[in-house]
Ligand binder design. Sequence first.
Ligand SMILES: [Zn+2]
Ligand SMILES: [Zn+2]
Length: 136
Amino acid sequence: MPMPRGVRGGILRNARAWNSLLKEQVPVPVYHPTPSQTRLATQLTEEEQIRIAQRIGLIQHLPKGVYDPGRDGSEKKIRECVICMMDFVYGDPIRFLPCMHIYHLDCIDDWLMRSFTCPSCMEPVDAALLSSYETN
Ligand SMILES: [Zn+2]
Ligand SMILES: [Zn+2]
């Protein structure tokens, strides 16, 4: 399936950003190209680097915000980040998944690099993202 033009451009930009990140970052971050593999970023093949850059691009399309229990919205019902099991505190940076579950920004970004599903309901995040591209 061909990707929409805007997404492709974003991925290429991300791939470039990723490559410059690889050169600059010390120590090298550890990534999980598949759940069974753990490798340093510098040991990834070009194909894997592109896949990771692609995933980072998708993650960055997810809406984010800060936790505000006083505001109306779905985050009112969710008090705890199931990834780190910590209660949300007012002002915590959070990310919204298409299924309306919320997590700490750092927790979910790290999680999504390993598994692209919601840790609460196991809904695939990319399916929802791709269908939102098609309707826009
Ligand atoms: Zn968390
Ligand atoms: Zn969910």
